[in-house]
Design a protein around this ligand. Sequence first.
Ligand code: HEC
Length: 194
Amino acid sequence: MKNGHIRHYSITVAVVLGVLAVGAVVFVYSGLYDIGADDHHTRPVFAVLQTLRERSIHAHSEHLTVPDLNDPQLILEGAGQYAAMCTECHLAPGMKDSELRPGLYPQPPNLSQVRVGPKEAFWIIKHGIKMSAMPAWGASHDDPTIWSMVAFLQKLPDMTPAQYKDIVAKAPPDEDMDMGEDSDHGHGGDSDRP
Ligand code: HEC
């Protein structure tokens, strides 16, 4: 390309980018965008967000070292945590729906049917997901407690409603509930896990 052509090309690109930037600002300030959770994303926007989410979770969780998730004590502890904090959004064997779940967008997956890889699950539970209802449980739970939930989640899709009820009944209670007083007790012996 000759110099004159390059200059012409650069000016055109700059003008187009400028118009797009002004358009974006006008759109944001106009209030036309429907932020309501009952108005769903268009397919292309959803596809971009989904890819962003998957790439981000993969890149951030890749380096994690997974402890022994078959430890029955760990699974049992996770059952108590899950029953206390997660079923309203992620359901449980024998649970058809909750009052909260239908109104959520993105819709939380039914974790009694879907199995998520341990590294991804740990990272998501600890850090949550922006602009979704998934909280960052790391704000109130240490890593060993989060691994207990991950261990439990690996078993959950194979459980019948009766097995689920049984393991939750045997599980140690979720003692993180009385935070503020002695929130760090109750994880006895697990503190040396990664
Ligand atoms: C208030 C609702 C809510 C609660 C409570 C909640 N979650 Fe979530 N969770 C979500 C939503 C919404 C998503 C999906 C976010 C997305 O796709 O961007 C999600 C995603 C996840 C995922 C990833 C699923 C996948 O397919 O990649 C895991 C794992 C998870 N949650 C575990 C938990 C655990 C464990 C608890 C309890 C300690 C919990 N969640 C409590 C709303 C919730």
